[in-house]
Design a protein. Sequence first.
Length: 428
Amino acid sequence: MYTSMMRKALLSGLPVGLYGSSRAFNFIRETATKGLDIAIVGDSNTGYNAPTDGGYVQGISYGLDVAFPTSAYATATFPLMNEGNAAGYKCSMSSAALPAGGYVSGKTSGPAGITSFFDRGTGTWSDMGGANAGTYTDYAWMASGNQTENINRGMSIDADHPIGVNNELRYRVLRSQTTTGGSFYMRVRLNGGAYTAIATSSSISCSGATNLVASELTVSAGTRNLSLASFWSIQNAVGLYTVGPWGGLLQSMYRPTVGWAVDAMYFFGGATITAIDTDFAAANTAGYLTATMLAEYYSRQIAAGGDGRIVVWIQAGANQSDWTSSPSTWPAKWESIMSYVRTAATYAAIPSEKLAFVAMCTHDITGYDFDSRRAALIALTTANPDLTVVNIPEIIPFASYSAYASGAHLSKTGYETIGNAIIQRFTA
């Protein structure tokens, strides 16, 4: 079987272990000159036990960090609301599940005009590991007439994050704009020592035609060498309140340079590829959550100076009940997810040539036989000219990472070992 696979890879012109389209291959190779966002979609291996282990968000980020040192341009993109296993390479979220401090669930209480941008429909979409890790993906809402109860909410980056705490940085919040909008403040501080604030915005008005708007707070370059915390809701700051109506959806930090970023777009422990497809269907038919996330990757990368290239990286296979019950329909679920993403990218006005896909049946697991599933994925490349399939056994043998395996999951070193091997295959 692998001889046939290898022959197909050679005919495609890609290195051994990579099949199908050269688009994602070129996107990754040109990361440092064109820019790239990788949005990972999958089961628990997407961000397993973050931040301790971190899943493939950790592994792929590590590989890019090795291949393109000092070329990271942004952190993962976190929702403002959820609490859980935030999968982010050397960054984390300090938000809490709502209600808290006057903020409530946007899906439950927010206006339809804003909810439509971030609606998961009736699905169980999560980018935090699933319901057991907090709540399903939602947004924070502050109703008219209310103001925050003075609490810190936001995100932080480690002192050794590759975007560089000493560089010029921008804290970015995707938030609501409504005809009777409220206002809010943003702040970045040192996350140690005296916790000194190094940038605080003036009051940001949220009035205007109903829409989503990205607000940014710039931090000038300077010697810091400490982790940084960024807040969209500020504690112990007299008068710096969020005043409703106001909704906050996504947050991240970036620097104005061309480079890479990796995010957990969809991360749900225990999900089969069929369950993931069901959630993508709900998010595309009842709302525009998928389009909003894609649009934020694209817009942020353009703002930083990149070309707006996005790779949606789908990984699954550890949860195999849908394969064992219906192997003939299993590949169609992967194809369906890609179709939903393409539709969402059209909603988001992202040029089709800026979007590519990578599909990957997960690392080897003792007692599992993935050969047929991997062959079924490779067969999908014939009808999907924007798809590249990664065949892990041809890139790195199980013996090279088996010591880091525990059941269906790996340690941080295991994910980094595989992620680095994969990125090296794309860039060697």
